[in-house]
Design a binder for this molecule. Structure first.
Ligand SMILES: [Zn+2]
Length: 175
């Protein structure tokens, strides 16, 4: 477990020019949008970011994150610990116009005034990485399969309700 705190605001152009690596962790309770999506969280998110410049001169961040979050079990609504891990490639651009020209491999991040709000970027990535529907193992769930088949909570209607995730995910898939 990494214990270094990541800086929450960085200068990505300088970091890319120097091919620097940032490693550390960010408290999940500093992510208000994550709390909206997944409820209050205790742990930390481990992060590794490699900054660089590709052969075409584009500045990028090759990123990885991992976090243990508590999500509500879809069957009993009690918290269920879930380990989330994600790799992502960000292309640093100066404007939305430039963002449109980025190859698909990069998710554009618009950086103005040399400053990047790292916390917001990591929060986006983490929210996108959350599984949409989670269940406890049957033995651990407070709603048993018998209760389910007897009818109250029907597992058959398994279509997840549209959530803000769906929208974000579609946006991400489009790129
Ligand atoms: Zn459950």
């Amino acid at each position: 477990m990494l214990t270094t705190r990541l800086p929450l605001q960085v200068e990505p152009y300088r970091l890319a020019a120097n091919a620097e690596r940032l490693e550390g962790c960010v408290s999940l309770d500093s992510m208000p949008r994550l709390e909206e999506e997944a409820g209050e969280q205790q742990g930390a998110c481990e992060v590794r970011l490699d900054f660089g410049v590709d052969a075409q001169g584009r500045r990028f961040i090759d990123g990885w994150l991992k976090a243990d979050v508590d999500l509500a079990c879809r069957r009993c609504l009690e918290p269920l610990p879930v380990s989330v891990e994600s790799r992502f490639q960000l292309g640093i651009v100066t404007s939305d116009g430039v963002a449109a020209e980025l190859p698909n491999a990069y998710e554009p991040v618009v950086v103005e005034n040399e400053q990047l709000n790292l916390l917001a970027v990591l929060e986006d990535e983490l929210i996108l990485s959350l599984p949409q529907v989670v269940y406890h193992d049957e033995a651990e769930c407070s709603v048993s399969r018998d209760q389910l088949t007897s009818g109250t909570a029907s597992e058959g209607s398994n279509t997840p309700a549209a959530s803000p995730f769906d929208v974000l995910r579609k946006l991400k898939d489009k790129q």
